[in-house]
Structures are given as C-alpha cells and as structure tokens.
Design a protein around this ligand. Structure first.
Ligand code: FAD
Length: 488
C-alpha cells in the first residue's frame, strides 16, 4: 500500500543500527511494502551516544560483513559511511533523491534525544522519517502500574507484560522480503578501513571459533541450543560448564535476531516437546529481564550512571588501581572469580551465574565502584548492552531497582562448589590449578602442602594467594553498607 502522494519510484533510505538482520525487521518490511526504491545504509557515527566497546566493535565488523553479503545476495548494496548521522543522511538523500527514511527505534535516553533531533532536522529538509519497533518484546511505554506510573519491580512488570502478550500476542515474526527494489550502487567506505578490529595485539583471536556474528550465526546458535541445552534450561542455566544457556545475548544485542523470533522459537520448541513448559517460561522471563532493563533506563534518565536508590549515592567506594587490575586480569586468587574474568577476556562472554559472582566480588569484597566493573564489561563483552549492564551491576551492588539486598554477599567458594561441582569450568580457565583434587579447587589455600606440591601449585607464584580474606572483606562490606543505612 503506498502512502499519501507516494509514487512507485519514490526513493527511500533504510538506516541499519542495532538491527543487523533482514528477517523480522518491521522497518525494512514497511519500506519494501511501500514500494520504494531502497538504499540500505549503515553509518559509523563518531558522535553516536555510547560508542561500542572493543569487543562489540569486533562483533560489529563481522555482523556488517555478514549483512553486506545478505544484501548483495538479494542484488543490493549495504552502503557504509563514516561521519555524523545527519551529514551522512543528508548526503545519501542528495545522492538518491530519497524523501523517506526508515529506521528501527532506539530507547536509551541519549539515543531517544539524538533520534528526536535527527528526525526534526530531516523533516525540516522535507524528508519523512518512519520509525518502527523490533528491539524489545514490548515498547517501554506499553505497560504501567494501575496508577499509570512505571514499574520499579520486575515481578509485577513481567506479569503485566505476560498479560499483555497473552491478550494481544506479539504478532508473527516477519519473513525476509523476497524481493527488494534496490537503488543504484553508491560509494561506500570499505569495511576494512574503519578500524573496528583489534590489531596489535589481536586480543580477539579467541572469539573467532566461538562466534559467528550475523543473522545466520544467530539461527545456528538458537538451533544448537534447542537441540543441546533447552531441555533443562530452568535448572541448568546456573551451571557454567553446562550447555544450558543459549549464548544468544550478543546476537540479540546487535539485532542479528529479534526477541520476537526467539519467542516464536520457544513456542515451537515447547509444542514439539524440545523444551518443557517450565523451561520455556523461564527463558521467556529472561527475555523479560532484558525488556525490564531497557524499561528502567527508558524511564530513569540517569539509571546508567547513578544509583537508583538515592541512599547508595554516598557509598564510600574504594579506588585501588592494582586491585581493579587483579580483578580484570583474573588474578584475585579466588578460582571462580578468576575463571569468569578470564572467560570474559578470552571469549568476550561470561556465564550469567559467574557474572554475578565476579560483580559481587568487585563491589563487596573489594568495595570498588560498580561503575568501574560496568565499564570493563562494556569494553570486553560482545553482548555489552547499556541497559542490561547497568541494571545488572546495580542489582548486584544492591543499589538498583528490585535489587538483591545489600547484605547478600556471594561467597565465591560455595558458589563454585554448588555451580561448578566437578570443577570443569575452573579447570578450563584456570589451568594452573587444574591438577588439584576437586575438594580444594574452589579454595586452593586450604589444600595441605603436599597436595599443592603434587598438583604443581605454588601459591603466590604459579597462582595468586587470595588477595583478600573472605570473612574480613565480607564484614568490611557489611559495615560500610550498614553505616550507610544508619546515616540514611
Ligand atoms: P540465556 O540464559 O540463554 O538468556 C536468554 C536471553 O535473555 C539472553 O540472551 C539475554 O538477552 C536475556 N537475559 C538473560 N538474563 C538476563 C539478565 N539478567 N538481564 C537482562 N537480560 C537477560 N546481558 C547483556 O545482554 N548485556 C550486558 O551487558 C550484560 N551485563 C551484565 C552484567 C552483570 C554484572 C550481570 C550479572 C549480568 C549482565 N547481563 C548482561 C545479563 C546476563 O548475564 C546475560 O544476558 C546472559 O548471561 C547472556 O547469556 P545467554 O544469552 O546464554 O543467556
């Protein structure tokens, strides 16, 4: 159906951002259905709010390469430009004669502000901007409390979302358009010239065998998860050595797959008996946490940077560069923490259970500001997501919306014993203590000298002695938090 006054040949631009896929892409489908001659573009904008960290740049390079190929297979071109969004869109408009610009909506406060300005400027030039959803299950203004205010607690938020989805459905995911009427080829910056990949040193070498950024990779990952790990997800998702987590987060983050597509796949898997109802519902709720994080950030401008609970804003954080570096490098002397931090560095990913343990260690055992951890994760995670990262750090620190209570200090030894009972995860990432018997793996300093010697472990030499004493650090954290409550 053509819009008012639109002719078959009206040129349009489709601007890709965090939606690097062709299927279930409402903005693309709308542009194709409107009959436009379409130019697809991606702009590397140096002024973009929240430039991606190093690991996500690696992902972006490969996801753009994959998307370019997909577009080329359909007979078109993904035009890559480098410059501010306004300048480059203006240039593209002049080159194509486009009067319509399509994009997927973004929801972080600075992105909303940037897109509002961009839309006003483009409209002033005579363009019509068409913005479409697709990044989340529901848009962040969709559900509110009975009094019309935004939710602050996950359970009622999710109940309201579930009711909404039961009542109206999410709609079927859209197929990849069969035929796209592409505009003429245009000058495009070669992907290799935009420096998204690390060079000296190439710290992302370990990522290559693990990830296949792009839409095909997302579906391969989803299929593998449904075959190998979906059954038993609800319980197994806490065990880092087990295949019961989907590892879809970087694909969702870059929009290589949409949450609605994942939701539909869960429905299918449940219907086919590939996944129990309990497992599927637990997975849906995790997608709900992703929506909730975005919702919190959308409704609370400072959420990314500032404690949600005001009483925590005066917390006496420590600043100790050496301690922070030991944590970042996985040299704390606590094997589960070190395994997690090394998994992150080597693979760009860390299992959720271990993320909670390492985050708790930083903010409680070391009492280092959660923002230092957030920034390290942002730079090193292939799934680095402004909303989920901030919400999760605040949750662990105890200062977020619906957060874990401040007195919950994860015990790294019992967490390792419970969730890595055979030590497979620790042995994989902390090989220098792999020879220790299981019973000492979570706390090598408790092993007798002869056991350490047999395993080739010299504490303080081949593997660090614990950088802080657990009981002392725990007490210091609780004292600091209690001082805060007393003062509040
Ligand atoms: P699965 O268990 O397979 O879950 C399916 C999907 O649900 C995930 O892909 C993800 O999109 C979503 N999801 C699951 N758990 C959460 C959660 N707690 N919060 C929000 N969404 C969730 N997730 C990010 O995507 N980006 C981040 O930057 C990020 N930073 C985090 C920082 C800390 C300190 C912690 C504790 C958690 C963080 N998480 C973040 C949430 C979570 O750890 C990851 O989403 C999850 O580990 C991804 O692995 P998966 O895809 O195998 O998850």
């Amino acid at each position: 159906m053509l819009g008012d006054g639109m002719s078959e040949n009206d040129a349009a631009l489709l601007l890709f951002r965090d939606d690097l896929r062709l299927s279930d892409h409402p903005a693309l489908t709308a542009a194709v259905q409107a009959g436009h001659r379409l130019t697809c573009a991606f702009i590397l904008d140096p002024d973009a709010p929240y430039p991606p960290g190093g690991a996500r740049k690696w992902w972006l390079h490969h996801a753009l390469a994959a998307l370019s190929e997909q577009v080329a297979d359909l007979g078109g071109q993904l035009v890559l430009r480098h410059g501010t969004s306004f300048d480059e869109l203006t240039r593209l408009r002049d080159e194509t004669g486009a009067k319509h610009i399509y994009w997927s909506r973004r929801y972080t406060p600075d992105e909303v502000a940037a897109d509002t300005t961009l839309k006003a400027d483009l409209t002033a030039q005579g363009c019509t901007v068409h913005s479409h959803p697709g990044r989340y299950l529901l848009e962040p203004w969709r559900v509110t409390t009975k009094s019309g205010t935004p939710f602050k607690v996950f359970s009622p938020f999710w109940r309201a979302c579930r009711e909404d989805i039961r009542a109206t459905g999410l709609g079927d995911p859209l197929p990849t358009p069969k035929k796209i009427n592409f505009g003429a080829h245009l000058p495009s910056v070669p992907l290799d010239e935009v420096d998204l990949l690390p060079t000296a040193p190439n710290w992302a070498k370990g990522f290559e065998p693990l990830w296949q950024p792009g839409e095909a990779g997302a579906w391969a990952r989803l299929d593998a998860f449904l075959e190998e790990g979906a059954q038993g997800y609800a319980k197994g998702r806490d065990f880092p050595a087990e295949p019961h987590t989907s590892r879809l987060s970087p694909y969702l983050q870059s929009g290589n797959i949409s949450p609605r597509q994942v939701w539909a796949a869960l429905d299918r898997a449940e219907h086919l008996g590939q996944m129990s109802g309990r497992d599927a519902e637990k997975f849906r709720a995790e997608l709900g946490w992703r929506d909730f994080a975005a919702y919190l950030l959308f409704h609370n401008r400072d959420f990314e940077d500032c404690e949600f609970q005001p009483k925590f804003r005066d917390f006496p954080w420590r600043y100790d560069k050496d301690d922070l570096t030991a944590w970042q490098k996985g040299q704390t002397g606590y094997p589960i923490v070190d395994a997690g931090m090394r998994e992150l560095w080597q693979t760009g990913y860390m299992h959720n259970r271990v993320r909670m343990v390492v985050a708790s260690f930083l903010v409680k055992h070391l009492r280092i500001d959660w923002r230092a951890g957030r920034d390290w994760f942002w730079d090193t995670l292939v799934d680095g997501d402004l909303a989920s990262n901030a919400a999760s750090w605040q949750w662990v620190a105890g200062c977020g919306a619906d957060a874990a209570p401040y007195f919950r200090v994860f015990n790294p030894m019992t967490q390792a014993e419970k969730f890595d009972p055979n030590g497979d995860y620790i042995r994989k990432y902390v090989p220098e203590i792999a020879g220790l018997p299981d019973k000492y793996l979570a706390a090598p300093w408790t092993a007798p000298d002869d056991v350490l010697e047999d395993a080739g472990v010299v504490l303080g030499d081949t593997y660090p002695a614990p950088m802080v004493d657990h009981a002392t650090a725990r007490k210091a954290a609780l004292d600091a938090f209690e001082g805060l409550s007393a003062g509040a």
